[in-house]
Design a protein around this ligand. Structure first.
Ligand SMILES: [Zn+2]
Length: 381
């Protein structure tokens, strides 16, 4: 080995050591705990066992109950947690958990384990057990390792009849052979993604006894007027139009929410500037719902932020497509079919399922807030 190759070799070793060290740091996983508005309330380090995420007992205390006490029996591998007058007994390697008083037995989908000589609980401890111990709902996003906890009762409308009188209109954009919307390089079509999503939202809403109508049920062409008719005929109180984006730039990506504001930040001179006076008046009428559209856009943003790495943006534009809809209205662009990552997500049925859950939660939260602030009538003047 000559001097030159020694230097090269040393340099190579240095890079190797550095990359191993860096990889070590980069791979230490974190779990983020998110509040109901999407803000991070805690970041805790986790351990991976195969692909499963495990958290220490201290992490449970940090995010759930700082007053919780724990006791670990080494020979018997038993962990006892005491929180809020309840005693939770777990055994390492066993999926059954006992909750006293009452002796209730719950079976976790993953067992607690000893990892790095510490008793640790799987993420299902949060998703399965916490809703039973407390009046909370827990959602987990495995790809971004985010856990969201929120009060269970917070969405239920003040009166049950309110949600039954309430109809949301979901408008899957495009449809039919002539109008396929945008297209991914895998052949995935916008019209199919938005219809699949709309149907799932309708299905989940039905389970929650919320009324949701779709502007098209199948792969059919619908005019703008026909879509509005569905909204008006069913006395919709909220209009959500679903679309996907495409861009010449393959880097453009992310979820975007748009709402109609005639004084919005971007002008479309061809659409609005030259619109006849009558049409401009209609835009202004829809603008009466601007505040409510914003309220819905904010809850939609908060719910969808939980699923996405890049924050969801809200843009206010003079949107002529929403101008004849006399109710709060929002356009949701689910992602860019021209971007590899977005296309991958939108091709994944699990991702679509989580988006439909998030959208339904947003509708439910919006209904609850409207019912709480104005129980009898939603202002329509
Ligand atoms: Zn579209």
């Amino acid at each position: 080995m000559n001097r030159h190759s020694v230097v090269v070799y040393a340099l190579f070793l240095g890079v190797l050591v550095w990359s191993i060290a860096f990889k070590g740091i980069a791979q230490e996983p974190h779990v983020h705990f998110i509040d109901v508005d999407g803000k991070i309330i805690a970041e805790v380090t986790a351990q991976l066992n195969d692909e499963n995420v495990y958290l220490s007992v201290d992490a449970v205390k940090q995010v759930f109950d700082p007053a919780m006490t724990d006791q670990y029996n080494h020979p018997r591998k038993r962990l006892t947690l005491r929180t809020k007058n309840k005693r939770i007994r777990l055994q390492m390697g066993k999926t059954t958990v006992t909750i006293d008083p009452g002796g209730k037995i719950i079976t976790l989908s993953m067992p607690p384990m000893i990892i790095a000589q510490q008793p640790m609980v799987p993420i299902t401890f949060f998703t399965q057990l916490l809703p039973i111990l407390n009046d909370v709902e827990v959602i987990y996003n495995p790809s971004l390792r985010r856990v969201q906890m929120r009060p269970k009762g917070s969405w239920i409308p003040a009166e049950e009849t309110d949600s039954q009188n309430w109809a949301a209109i979901i408008d899957p954009g495009h449809g039919g052979a002539d109008d396929r919307g945008c297209e991914g390089n895998t052949g995935l079509l916008e019209k199919d993604i938005v219809l699949a999503l709309a149907k799932q939202i309708q299905e989940i809403s039905k389970q929650k006894e919320m009324r949701v109508y779709l502007t098209r049920q199948g792969d059919t062409k619908k005019t703008h007027f026909e879509r509005i008719q569905v909204a008006n005929r069913n006395q919709g109180k909220l209009f959500l139009s679903l679309h996907c984006n495409a861009s010449f730039s393959p880097h453009e990506k992310g979820v975007k929410v748009y709402l109609n504001n005639p004084k919005g930040e971007i002008r479309f001179p061809t659409a609005v500037g030259q619109a006849p006076a009558g049409q401009r008046l209609k835009i202004l009428a829809q603008a009466n719902f601007l505040k409510q559209s914003r309220d819905f856009a904010f809850v939609l943003q908060a719910e969808l932020n939980f699923l996405t790495e890049i924050p969801v943006t809200i843009t206010e534009l003079p949107l002529i497509t929403l101008s004849e809809i006399y109710m709060p209205a929002v356009v949701l662009e689910l992602g860019y079919l021209s971007n590899v990552e977005d296309l991958g997500k939108l091709s994944n049925p699990e991702y679509i399922a989580s988006v439909s859950q998030a959208v339904t939660r947003a509708i439910q939260r919006y209904i609850s807030s409207v019912n709480q602030s104005a129980p009898a009538t939603v202002s329509e003047q």
